[in-house]
Design a protein around this ligand. Sequence first.
Ligand SMILES: O=C(O)c1cccc(C(=O)CC[C@H]2O[C@@H](n3cnc4c(=O)[nH]cnc43)[C@H](O)[C@@H]2O)c1
Length: 216
Amino acid sequence: MKILVTAATTFEIQPLIEHLGSKKYENCHISILIGGIGMMHTAYQLGKQFVHNRPDLAIQAGIAGCFDHSWEMGKVVLIDREQLGDLGVEDDQSYKDLFDIQLWQPDQAPFTNRQLINTFADVPQLPALPRAAGVTINTVSGSDRTRQLLVDKYNPEVESMEGAAFHYACLEEKIPFFQLRSISNYVEVRDKSKWKIPLAIQTLNEALIKYIEQWN
Ligand SMILES: O=C(O)c1cccc(C(=O)CC[C@H]2O[C@@H](n3cnc4c(=O)[nH]cnc43)[C@H](O)[C@@H]2O)c1
């Protein structure tokens, strides 16, 4: 079993990297790919990786913002669907995405009804974690206007900068996959002092290590 673990930055999966150390698992081989922040880097790195070293399972792990203030920081979720939050056109006061202006069709592969859905088919021993809807953007949302636009249009629970690119690449290549996100902040008017990045990294890596240890 070849498992690829990918993250935007080394920082986010450093505890996993240290845990793996020189460990050898009998039943699997784990590769790490640091793909960089954002969709462009992620798509390029994954595309290259899948050509040269196609995994049996791909896992994307990272921190993220959440829209619901009742969620606790450090909550870890599995993303079961992704949408692109800022690929489109401005039309005076309104924003239209590529489906709205019919450049893309709602069910064009690998989209289903405008979404990049993970059915988790063929994922072995899927972690029993809450599932959530993701939206992926190029600019971390930091205003009430943008937050409301995304909520009204996509009804997301979690925001990241890489999720949709990962879903797209895995769906296109038919590689079983799952995306783990740990909440580091609320999507709100930007106040970096409220972000809980160390906590989110800790809980993210606990979930990752728990999953990987099943193969020991
Ligand atoms: O502004 C800063 O000083 C700063 C310092 C460290 C990290 C950041 C980020 O914006 C992290 C982006 C990174 O983490 C994911 N992430 C985390 N929270 C969010 C969010 O609310 N919206 C979108 N992405 C988020 C993202 O996937 C990136 O990989 C800033």
